[in-house]
Design a protein around this ligand. Sequence first.
Ligand SMILES: *Cc1c(COP(=O)(O)O)cnc(C)c1O
Length: 380
Amino acid sequence: MISKKLLKHLARKHGTPLLVVDHDALRRNLAEFRRRLPRVQPYYAVKANPDPAIVRTLYRAGASFDVASLPEFMTVHENIRHLPPKQRQDFIWDKIIYAHPIKSEETLRALDPFRPLVVYDNFAEIGKIRKNAPHAGLVLRVRVPNTGAMVELSSKFGAAPGEAVDLVAAAHRAGLTVEGLSFHVGSQTTNFDNFVQALHLVHGIFREAHLRGFSKMNLIDIGGGFPAPYDPAARPFRELARLLNREIARLFPEKNIEILSEPGRFIVATAATLVARVIGKAERDGKPCYYLDDGVYHTYSGILFDHMRYPVKAFRKGSVRPSAVFGPTCDALDTISLAEMLPDLPLNDLVYTENIGAYSIASSTHFNGFPPAKVVHVNE
Ligand SMILES: *Cc1c(COP(=O)(O)O)cnc(C)c1O
């Protein structure tokens, strides 16, 4: 944990808004993931936080990577290719999966020399891949239930289970190789049954594909969605891990079947803390209102894009009142909270928000002329 003293020190030294990334926490989260899911190789989902320093630390700690755009692919490639060769593997496949089912033809052409592992979920994509990336290996993304996930994905991606094997067959007819199947149960999934249902579904498709002669498939990618411990009362990851280990052992006992995963939030959410500053205050309708130098167009973007609620905490002690907390821009949408319990904060006082490493600075804008927060790395 980063101490409050260090947070304040860093904010004084670097200025605010400041996102402090703790690399010990990154390594701890990755280690916990691997310890509790020993058969599952984590491919860190770079879109959760694409900071190159995070990519390097996770690579050194043994992670592989899930990318979903050409710039993300290049970020990973550029940052791992200089690292010690003994940790490098022969095929880029072992380290990177391109997990976005839809790719432009330009992107496919740029990826082809790397012999990438790419995800698809529709017939049109097969033609694009054959034409532009004939050296790619394929993984078919299947649509699975997203009930109870904080961020739902199944309305946008995934082949219907009924057409899955036809999509495998069509890829083979096009001369391509399908390595296996993937799914995503939706981000911050607290309904663990989604994972069980998805594994059953994928197991059924796997069996049907084998019966129809596609016996080379040997990869199951269980996607992301592993919950970060934002709420200490929520069901913890270790319960999900127990369930997954049991179901994977039962449905896929064959040791030659590789199990991949794409955790984003779980790895990075708890690894960063934001420090912001009170740049204005007012009393409106009897309620204290604080204006911070960071808001929902910036590091708090998850309030809009990620359906998150981020508590704002004061370093200062004192009796608290329900207070409104706003971001710095001119837009009233830039509201962090209308009821945060805060003590009376003087101008220039610092506040902080924990567990804000995922889907935060990654979607920060420059709206209204305010740049994204500065980032510092500790324990790198
Ligand atoms: C966003 C995304 C992830 C990461 O999901 P988390 O919920 O952050 O673990 C993994 N795979 C795919 C395909 C994604 O789109």
